[in-house]
Write a protein that binds this ligand. Structure first.
Ligand code: FES
Length: 134
């Protein structure tokens, strides 16, 4: 697929997002923003049996940050917490199908950083360095 098709998919996800909203029975939620852009995001997670049972997000921002949040939350349902801890920038680039470039990388990784922080928080673990750098 060409990058244009992936860009169209991201715009479609932005306009019709998966998993938008809050989770009233969430185990944890984490809020983050991107101070350079003003985009902000809260991710709610529900865990069961060492895996992500449900995940939702609320927030506002650009096509890249919000479109990626919809795609990411949809892709991680049912994954183990260890699998989520291992996700990084290459996984986000693969997921959205476009290289956001250095100027927009933080926009694309806002949801991954927030999701991983929620997974660490649930386990009462310190956030690792790789996640802090996202
Ligand atoms: Fe959306 Fe950067 S412009 S997070």
């Amino acid at each position: 697929m060409s990058e244009n098709i992936y860009a169209d998919e991201l715009i479609d996800e932005y306009e019709h997002p998966h998993n938008k909203g809050s989770l009233s029975d969430a185990d944890v939620h984490v809020h983050n923003d991107n101070p350079l852009c003003g985009d902000e995001l809260t991710i709610y997670v529900k865990v069961g049996g060492g895996a992500l049972k449900d995940v939702k997000f609320e927030g506002s921002g650009c096509v890249i940050s919000m479109g990626t949040a919809g795609k990411l939350t949809e892709s991680v349902k049912g994954k183990s917490l260890a699998e989520i801890e291992a996700l990084g920038v290459p996984d986000i680039v693969t997921l959205i199908g476009i290289d956001p470039g250095p100027a927009r990388l933080k926009c694309a990784t806002l949801s991954l950083r927030t999701l991983k922080e929620a997974v660490f928080l649930y386990q009462h673990k310190a956030v690792d360095e790789a996640t802090k750098r996202l």
